[in-house]
Design a protein around this ligand. Structure first.
Ligand code: SF4
Ligand code: SF4
Length: 371
């Protein structure tokens, strides 16, 4: 039999343990987790093998693995693990470490993925906004009717956000490209399907959230995930729509509540808020087998809630006509908008791209499950 040389990275093991995978060493490879997992394919089952890879410090195998991203964190495996090794949590921690390590530039991975750095992450837009408003003479409460664009003019918002989002988008695409390359080279499996049909199937699955439905006792997470997902999609549509409106000569600001744009915006905000509250409640539930939820996940849930709450307050306080409160709340809301959109490649939200590529790859290499 040919000898196989392995190169363990013990710091990686320590990192996983320190970041929330502290139960990793309890695994004795019984494979119960793999048997109960409804998301695992028959020909390349997980998460047992990922547990041993992590115990041995086989970082290269894990960072090129699509399987780490095929896991939907339902924690059925954690429920049945006879050793309390919590494989669902360990895989979740691996994904967090991956986002951090694969981030470009790497410093942003450290700032956004590490909960203790959250205030520094928020300080970035704070300083940027104060500079823009200060240098353009807008650091004051405007007189008269509350119109947010009098405080932070749209061209300035666009300049700040579009350049930041553009840079973040390029960095994200580079990180995704790196992941795709390591997955293709690390697994070296022949393709049995083209990338386009595989990607289209993946998008349809995303739209239906079909994989969540397979997750046994935690299948109700599908509804919560859909609320958050479609909330974000709706707000993205609204952001593009509102930009078009601001350049349309016949539209007056503030935009009337009866305008369809406001309906989409308010329904999306409600969807995100309800989804965010349910997400937080799910994380607090102690069913004994539900994820212990890393602080990374908590930061995401809290940011969603703060984004929604400040957004709703921005509208309500404007309608109430309290200018002294409206503008500061709007300013704070913009900080959370910046955090959510610009730091997308480094936050929990970035899993969307990695998971889409992993599912696409699994379809192309015939290692997918029947959905
Ligand atoms: S994680 Fe638990 S269920 Fe899975 S192989 Fe290890 S001991 Fe067995
Ligand atoms: S958390 Fe759920 S999807 Fe992930 S490995 Fe465990 S059983 Fe499978």
């Amino acid at each position: 039999m040919a000898e196989q040389v392995i190169s363990p990275d013990l710091n990686f093991v320590k990192d996983i343990i320190a970041s929330g995978g502290d139960t990793l060493k309890k695994c004795f490879q019984c494979a119960t987790c793999t048997v109960v997992c409804n998301a695992t394919p028959n020909n390349r089952p997980f998460p047992r093998k990922e547990m041993i890879y992590a115990q041995w410090g086989l970082k290269d195998k894990l960072i090129s693995s699509p399987d780490v991203w095929l896991c939907h964190n339902c924690n059925d495996c954690t429920k049945y693990c006879p050793r309390g090794a919590r494989p669902g949590d360990v895989l979740s921690t691996m994904r967090q470490k991956f986002i951090q390590e694969n981030a470009m530039p790497s410093i942003m991975g450290k700032v956004v993925t590490q909960p203790k750095m959250t205030l520094i992450a928020l300080a970035i837009p704070l300083v940027l906004f104060l500079l823009v408003l200060g240098l353009t003479g807008h650091l004051r409460t405007p007189e008269g009717q509350i119109v947010y664009s009098k405080f932070f003019p749209i061209p300035y918002i666009e300049a700040v956000f579009m350049s930041a989002v553009g840079l973040a988008g390029i960095a994200y695409l580079a990180s995704l490209y790196r992941f795709w390359n390591s997955m293709s080279k690390g697994n070296n499996q022949p393709y049995t399907k083209g990338i386009v049909p595989a990607f289209i199937e993946t998008l349809i699955e995303f739209a239906k959230h079909s994989r969540f439905a397979k997750c046994g006792p935690n299948a109700d997470r599908r509804i919560v995930h859909m609320l958050v997902f479609y909330g974000f999609v709706g707000l993205l549509i609204t952001t593009i729509w509102v930009t078009v409106y601001y350049y349309a000569p016949k539209i007056n600001t503030p935009i009337a509540l009866s305008d369809p744009l406001k309906w989409v915006a308010n329904i999306s905000a409600a969807s995100l808020l309800i989804g965010g509250v349910l997400l937080a409640l799910n994380k607090m539930k102690d069913k004994g087998f539900v994820s212990k939820s890393s602080t990374f996940d908590w930061i995401f849930a809290i940011m969603i809630l703060l984004l929604c709450i400040t957004g709703i307050l921005t509208e309500l306080i404007r309608l109430a006509g309290i200018a002294t409160l409206a503008y500061p709340i709007y300013f704070i809301h913009l900080l959370f908008v910046f955090y959510t959109i610009v730091f997308f490649p480094y936050s929990k939200l970035s899993h969307m791209g990695y998971r889409a590529l992993a599912i696409t790859y699994s379809k192309m290499t015939n290692r997918d499950i029947q959905i």
